[in-house]
Design a protein around this ligand. Structure first.
Ligand SMILES: NC(=O)c1ccc[n+]([C@@H]2O[C@H](COP(=O)([O-])OP(=O)(O)OC[C@H]3O[C@@H](n4cnc5c(N)ncnc54)[C@H](O)[C@@H]3O)[C@@H](O)[C@H]2O)c1
Length: 283
Protein backbone atom coordinates (compact mmCIF):
# COMPACT_ATOMS: atom_id res chain seq x y z
CA UNK A 1 0.00 0.00 0.00
CA UNK A 2 1.17 3.48 -0.86
CA UNK A 3 1.20 5.81 2.18
CA UNK A 4 1.15 9.51 1.30
CA UNK A 5 -0.72 11.21 4.14
CA UNK A 6 -0.28 10.55 7.84
CA UNK A 7 -2.39 11.89 10.67
CA UNK A 8 -0.76 12.04 14.11
CA UNK A 9 -3.17 12.29 17.02
CA UNK A 10 -1.55 13.90 20.06
CA UNK A 11 1.01 16.69 19.73
CA UNK A 12 2.83 15.99 23.02
CA UNK A 13 6.43 14.87 23.25
CA UNK A 14 5.89 11.70 21.19
CA UNK A 15 3.28 13.07 18.78
CA UNK A 16 5.31 16.07 17.68
CA UNK A 17 8.38 13.85 17.25
CA UNK A 18 6.42 11.42 15.06
CA UNK A 19 4.98 14.31 13.01
CA UNK A 20 8.53 15.64 12.53
CA UNK A 21 10.09 12.39 11.29
CA UNK A 22 7.07 11.72 9.05
CA UNK A 23 7.32 15.19 7.47
CA UNK A 24 11.11 14.79 7.13
CA UNK A 25 10.43 11.57 5.20
CA UNK A 26 8.25 13.56 2.77
CA UNK A 27 4.77 12.60 3.98
CA UNK A 28 1.92 15.09 4.20
CA UNK A 29 1.15 15.29 7.92
CA UNK A 30 -1.83 16.41 9.99
CA UNK A 31 -0.94 16.84 13.67
CA UNK A 32 -3.95 16.84 15.98
CA UNK A 33 -4.47 17.70 19.64
CA UNK A 34 -7.35 18.91 21.78
CA UNK A 35 -6.46 22.63 21.81
CA UNK A 36 -4.89 25.11 19.41
CA UNK A 37 -2.20 26.17 21.91
CA UNK A 38 -1.09 22.53 22.30
CA UNK A 39 -0.69 21.96 18.55
CA UNK A 40 1.04 25.33 18.25
CA UNK A 41 3.47 24.29 20.99
CA UNK A 42 4.02 21.03 19.09
CA UNK A 43 4.94 22.95 15.93
CA UNK A 44 7.26 25.18 17.99
CA UNK A 45 9.04 22.10 19.37
CA UNK A 46 9.46 20.68 15.86
CA UNK A 47 10.79 24.03 14.64
CA UNK A 48 13.38 24.07 17.46
CA UNK A 49 14.38 20.49 16.70
CA UNK A 50 14.80 21.31 12.98
CA UNK A 51 16.85 24.41 13.90
CA UNK A 52 19.31 22.11 15.66
CA UNK A 53 19.56 19.98 12.48
CA UNK A 54 20.20 23.14 10.41
CA UNK A 55 22.94 24.19 12.86
CA UNK A 56 24.56 20.76 12.53
CA UNK A 57 24.27 21.15 8.72
CA UNK A 58 22.19 17.96 8.46
CA UNK A 59 19.44 19.89 6.64
CA UNK A 60 19.30 23.35 5.07
CA UNK A 61 17.13 26.28 6.20
CA UNK A 62 15.06 25.72 3.02
CA UNK A 63 14.59 22.03 4.00
CA UNK A 64 13.34 23.17 7.39
CA UNK A 65 10.71 25.39 5.78
CA UNK A 66 9.49 22.66 3.44
CA UNK A 67 9.33 20.10 6.30
CA UNK A 68 7.27 22.54 8.40
CA UNK A 69 5.16 23.27 5.32
CA UNK A 70 4.16 19.60 5.15
CA UNK A 71 2.71 19.68 8.70
CA UNK A 72 -0.81 21.03 9.24
CA UNK A 73 -1.77 21.47 12.89
CA UNK A 74 -5.46 20.61 13.50
CA UNK A 75 -7.86 20.31 16.43
CA UNK A 76 -10.53 18.07 14.88
CA UNK A 77 -10.42 14.49 13.63
CA UNK A 78 -12.07 15.44 10.30
CA UNK A 79 -8.74 15.38 8.44
CA UNK A 80 -8.58 11.63 9.09
CA UNK A 81 -10.80 11.43 5.98
CA UNK A 82 -7.64 12.19 3.92
CA UNK A 83 -5.17 9.91 5.64
CA UNK A 84 -3.64 6.58 4.64
CA UNK A 85 -2.12 6.01 8.07
CA UNK A 86 -3.08 7.44 11.46
CA UNK A 87 -0.66 7.21 14.38
CA UNK A 88 -2.25 7.83 17.75
CA UNK A 89 0.05 9.21 20.48
CA UNK A 90 -2.25 10.57 23.19
CA UNK A 91 -2.06 9.93 26.93
CA UNK A 92 -1.69 6.28 28.02
CA UNK A 93 -5.36 5.79 28.96
CA UNK A 94 -7.42 3.02 27.37
CA UNK A 95 -10.75 4.87 27.57
CA UNK A 96 -9.32 7.88 25.69
CA UNK A 97 -7.61 5.74 23.05
CA UNK A 98 -10.77 3.64 22.64
CA UNK A 99 -12.85 6.74 21.88
CA UNK A 100 -10.27 8.05 19.39
CA UNK A 101 -10.04 4.75 17.52
CA UNK A 102 -13.84 4.65 17.27
CA UNK A 103 -13.79 8.15 15.75
CA UNK A 104 -10.88 7.43 13.40
CA UNK A 105 -12.60 4.25 12.22
CA UNK A 106 -15.73 6.23 11.42
CA UNK A 107 -13.89 9.01 9.54
CA UNK A 108 -10.83 7.45 7.88
CA UNK A 109 -11.17 5.82 4.44
CA UNK A 110 -11.55 2.02 4.47
CA UNK A 111 -7.97 1.43 3.27
CA UNK A 112 -6.42 3.50 6.10
CA UNK A 113 -4.22 1.84 8.71
CA UNK A 114 -4.83 2.88 12.33
CA UNK A 115 -1.70 2.58 14.47
CA UNK A 116 -1.13 3.27 18.15
CA UNK A 117 2.09 4.47 19.73
CA UNK A 118 0.91 3.02 23.05
CA UNK A 119 3.69 1.92 25.42
CA UNK A 120 1.78 -0.99 26.88
CA UNK A 121 -1.96 -1.12 26.17
CA UNK A 122 -3.30 -4.16 24.28
CA UNK A 123 -3.39 -3.59 20.52
CA UNK A 124 -6.03 -6.32 20.20
CA UNK A 125 -8.27 -4.42 22.64
CA UNK A 126 -7.74 -1.13 20.80
CA UNK A 127 -8.49 -2.90 17.49
CA UNK A 128 -11.76 -4.20 18.95
CA UNK A 129 -12.96 -0.58 19.23
CA UNK A 130 -13.02 -0.46 15.42
CA UNK A 131 -14.70 -2.33 12.58
CA UNK A 132 -11.30 -2.88 10.94
CA UNK A 133 -9.24 -4.84 13.52
CA UNK A 134 -7.08 -6.26 10.71
CA UNK A 135 -5.88 -2.72 9.96
CA UNK A 136 -4.95 -1.86 13.56
CA UNK A 137 -1.34 -2.23 14.73
CA UNK A 138 1.15 -0.96 17.32
CA UNK A 139 3.79 1.44 15.99
CA UNK A 140 5.84 2.14 19.11
CA UNK A 141 8.37 4.92 18.54
CA UNK A 142 10.99 5.67 21.20
CA UNK A 143 11.69 8.94 22.96
CA UNK A 144 13.13 11.27 21.65
CA UNK A 145 11.61 10.22 18.33
CA UNK A 146 13.95 12.15 15.99
CA UNK A 147 16.99 10.50 17.64
CA UNK A 148 15.98 6.95 18.53
CA UNK A 149 16.26 4.25 15.85
CA UNK A 150 13.74 1.67 17.05
CA UNK A 151 10.10 1.28 16.14
CA UNK A 152 8.61 -1.71 17.98
CA UNK A 153 5.89 -3.08 15.68
CA UNK A 154 3.17 -4.88 17.63
CA UNK A 155 0.86 -7.29 15.84
CA UNK A 156 -2.57 -7.64 17.41
CA UNK A 157 -4.42 -10.95 17.13
CA UNK A 158 -6.22 -9.78 13.97
CA UNK A 159 -3.48 -7.64 12.34
CA UNK A 160 -3.15 -8.42 8.62
CA UNK A 161 0.47 -9.30 7.63
CA UNK A 162 0.19 -6.84 4.71
CA UNK A 163 -0.55 -4.08 7.22
CA UNK A 164 2.55 -5.09 9.19
CA UNK A 165 4.60 -4.96 6.00
CA UNK A 166 3.30 -1.48 5.11
CA UNK A 167 3.99 -0.15 8.60
CA UNK A 168 7.50 -1.62 8.59
CA UNK A 169 8.16 0.11 5.26
CA UNK A 170 6.77 3.41 6.57
CA UNK A 171 9.02 3.17 9.66
CA UNK A 172 12.04 2.43 7.44
CA UNK A 173 11.22 5.41 5.22
CA UNK A 174 11.46 7.56 8.37
CA UNK A 175 14.98 6.22 8.99
CA UNK A 176 13.87 3.81 11.71
CA UNK A 177 14.49 0.11 12.29
CA UNK A 178 11.22 -1.80 12.83
CA UNK A 179 11.30 -4.86 15.07
CA UNK A 180 8.17 -7.01 15.48
CA UNK A 181 6.71 -8.57 18.58
CA UNK A 182 3.47 -10.10 19.81
CA UNK A 183 0.78 -8.22 21.67
CA UNK A 184 1.56 -8.86 25.35
CA UNK A 185 1.35 -6.29 28.18
CA UNK A 186 4.34 -3.91 27.92
CA UNK A 187 5.44 -5.64 24.67
CA UNK A 188 9.20 -6.41 24.77
CA UNK A 189 10.61 -2.98 25.57
CA UNK A 190 8.56 -1.80 28.51
CA UNK A 191 8.15 -5.20 30.13
CA UNK A 192 11.90 -5.13 30.67
CA UNK A 193 12.47 -1.40 31.13
CA UNK A 194 9.68 -0.60 33.59
CA UNK A 195 10.82 -3.20 36.11
CA UNK A 196 14.19 -1.46 36.21
CA UNK A 197 12.75 2.06 36.51
CA UNK A 198 10.34 0.96 39.26
CA UNK A 199 13.14 -0.77 41.16
CA UNK A 200 15.23 2.42 41.03
CA UNK A 201 12.23 4.33 42.45
CA UNK A 202 11.92 1.75 45.26
CA UNK A 203 15.62 2.29 46.04
CA UNK A 204 15.07 6.02 46.24
CA UNK A 205 11.95 5.49 48.38
CA UNK A 206 13.89 3.25 50.79
CA UNK A 207 16.80 5.71 51.00
CA UNK A 208 19.29 3.21 49.59
CA UNK A 209 21.07 6.06 47.78
CA UNK A 210 20.36 9.54 46.47
CA UNK A 211 18.72 9.97 43.06
CA UNK A 212 22.05 11.17 41.67
CA UNK A 213 23.81 8.19 43.27
CA UNK A 214 21.38 5.64 41.79
CA UNK A 215 21.65 7.18 38.34
CA UNK A 216 25.44 7.44 38.50
CA UNK A 217 25.80 3.80 39.55
CA UNK A 218 23.74 2.64 36.58
CA UNK A 219 25.51 4.98 34.16
CA UNK A 220 29.08 4.23 35.21
CA UNK A 221 28.51 0.61 36.20
CA UNK A 222 26.25 -0.60 33.40
CA UNK A 223 27.25 1.86 30.70
CA UNK A 224 23.67 3.13 30.43
CA UNK A 225 23.63 6.52 28.67
CA UNK A 226 21.09 7.80 31.21
CA UNK A 227 20.28 6.78 34.76
CA UNK A 228 16.88 5.10 35.37
CA UNK A 229 15.48 8.03 37.37
CA UNK A 230 16.47 10.60 34.75
CA UNK A 231 14.96 8.29 32.14
CA UNK A 232 11.70 8.02 34.13
CA UNK A 233 11.58 11.84 34.17
CA UNK A 234 12.18 11.91 30.41
CA UNK A 235 9.42 9.38 29.70
CA UNK A 236 7.01 11.15 32.08
CA UNK A 237 6.18 9.76 35.53
CA UNK A 238 2.46 9.61 34.64
CA UNK A 239 3.30 7.41 31.65
CA UNK A 240 5.61 5.21 33.77
CA UNK A 241 2.82 4.75 36.33
CA UNK A 242 0.23 3.93 33.65
CA UNK A 243 2.53 1.33 32.08
CA UNK A 244 3.26 -0.32 35.45
CA UNK A 245 -0.49 -0.50 36.12
CA UNK A 246 -1.02 -2.20 32.75
CA UNK A 247 1.77 -4.69 33.54
CA UNK A 248 0.42 -5.39 37.03
CA UNK A 249 -3.09 -5.82 35.70
CA UNK A 250 -2.00 -7.82 32.64
CA UNK A 251 0.22 -10.37 34.40
CA UNK A 252 -1.34 -10.22 37.89
CA UNK A 253 2.18 -10.37 39.26
CA UNK A 254 3.13 -8.21 42.29
CA UNK A 255 6.62 -7.68 40.87
CA UNK A 256 5.11 -4.86 38.77
CA UNK A 257 3.46 -3.01 41.69
CA UNK A 258 4.23 0.70 41.29
CA UNK A 259 6.38 2.27 44.00
CA UNK A 260 4.28 4.56 46.27
CA UNK A 261 6.77 7.38 45.64
CA UNK A 262 5.85 7.28 41.95
CA UNK A 263 2.17 7.53 42.82
CA UNK A 264 2.70 10.56 45.05
CA UNK A 265 4.81 12.38 42.46
CA UNK A 266 2.10 11.82 39.85
CA UNK A 267 -0.65 13.01 42.20
CA UNK A 268 1.45 16.13 42.92
CA UNK A 269 1.65 16.81 39.17
CA UNK A 270 5.43 16.33 39.26
CA UNK A 271 5.55 14.41 36.00
CA UNK A 272 9.20 14.91 35.01
CA UNK A 273 10.76 17.09 32.34
CA UNK A 274 7.47 17.96 30.71
CA UNK A 275 6.25 19.76 33.85
CA UNK A 276 9.66 21.11 34.91
CA UNK A 277 9.75 18.92 38.01
CA UNK A 278 9.88 15.19 38.60
CA UNK A 279 12.56 13.26 40.45
CA UNK A 280 14.80 16.14 39.40
CA UNK A 281 14.13 19.87 38.98
CA UNK A 282 14.36 21.25 35.43
CA UNK A 283 13.67 24.97 35.75
N1 LIG B 1 7.06 9.41 26.80
C1 LIG B 1 7.69 8.37 26.29
O1 LIG B 1 8.89 8.16 26.50
C2 LIG B 1 6.94 7.43 25.39
C3 LIG B 1 7.65 6.54 24.58
C4 LIG B 1 6.96 5.70 23.72
C5 LIG B 1 5.58 5.75 23.69
N2 LIG B 1 4.90 6.61 24.50
C6 LIG B 1 3.43 6.63 24.43
O2 LIG B 1 3.05 7.72 23.60
C7 LIG B 1 1.79 8.24 24.03
C8 LIG B 1 1.93 9.72 24.31
O3 LIG B 1 2.92 9.94 25.30
P1 LIG B 1 3.64 11.36 25.45
O4 LIG B 1 4.85 11.11 26.27
O5 LIG B 1 3.75 12.03 24.13
O6 LIG B 1 2.55 12.13 26.36
P2 LIG B 1 2.32 13.71 26.48
O7 LIG B 1 1.64 13.90 27.79
O8 LIG B 1 3.57 14.47 26.17
O9 LIG B 1 1.28 14.01 25.28
C9 LIG B 1 0.00 13.47 25.21
C10 LIG B 1 -0.85 14.41 24.37
O10 LIG B 1 -2.13 13.80 24.14
C11 LIG B 1 -3.05 14.85 24.05
N3 LIG B 1 -4.42 14.35 24.13
C12 LIG B 1 -5.10 13.90 25.22
N4 LIG B 1 -6.35 13.53 24.85
C13 LIG B 1 -6.45 13.72 23.50
C14 LIG B 1 -7.49 13.54 22.55
N5 LIG B 1 -8.68 13.06 22.92
N6 LIG B 1 -7.25 13.87 21.25
C15 LIG B 1 -6.04 14.35 20.87
N7 LIG B 1 -5.01 14.55 21.74
C16 LIG B 1 -5.23 14.25 23.04
C17 LIG B 1 -2.66 15.77 25.20
O11 LIG B 1 -3.23 17.05 25.08
C18 LIG B 1 -1.14 15.76 25.07
O12 LIG B 1 -0.68 16.81 24.26
C19 LIG B 1 1.37 7.40 25.24
O13 LIG B 1 0.54 6.34 24.81
C20 LIG B 1 2.70 6.87 25.76
O14 LIG B 1 2.56 5.68 26.47
C21 LIG B 1 5.54 7.47 25.33
Amino acid sequence: MNIKTIMVIGAGQMGNGIAQVAAQAGYTVYMNDIAQEIVDKGVETISGSLDRLVKKEKITAADKESILGRITPVTTYDEAANCDLAVEAVVEKMEIKAKIFGELDRIAPPHAILASNTSSLPITGIAACTKRPEKVIGMHFMNPVPVMKLVEVINGLATDPDVTKTVREAAESMGKVPVECRDVPGFVSNRVLMVMLNEALWELYEGVATAEGIDQIMKLGMNHPMGPLALADLIGLDTVLSILEVLQDGYGDPKYRPCPLLKSYVSAGWLGRKTGRGIYLYS
